[in-house]
Write a protein of this length. Structure first.
Length: 62
């Protein structure tokens, strides 16, 4: 299940950008913004370069 900007992280791990909440496809996030590491209790961030809310998908729990 994807999480979105503003939600609290329930599982510490590495998350990948999985799309914008508004359904748009551009602008593309920078390479550095496509993967994040987030700890349990943290808040999922927006894509700063576009100032848009995003969906995040867990790739590897830590």
């Amino acid at each position: 299940m994807n999480k979105k900007t503003g939600q609290r992280c329930e599982t510490s791990g590495h998350y990948a950008f999985a799309g914008y909440v508004d359904g748009s496809t551009s602008p593309k996030p920078s390479q550095e913004e496509r993967m994040i590491t987030l700890s349990e209790g943290g808040t999922f961030p927006p894509i700063n370069s576009s100032d848009k809310a995003a969906y995040w998908q867990l790739k590897r729990a830590t």
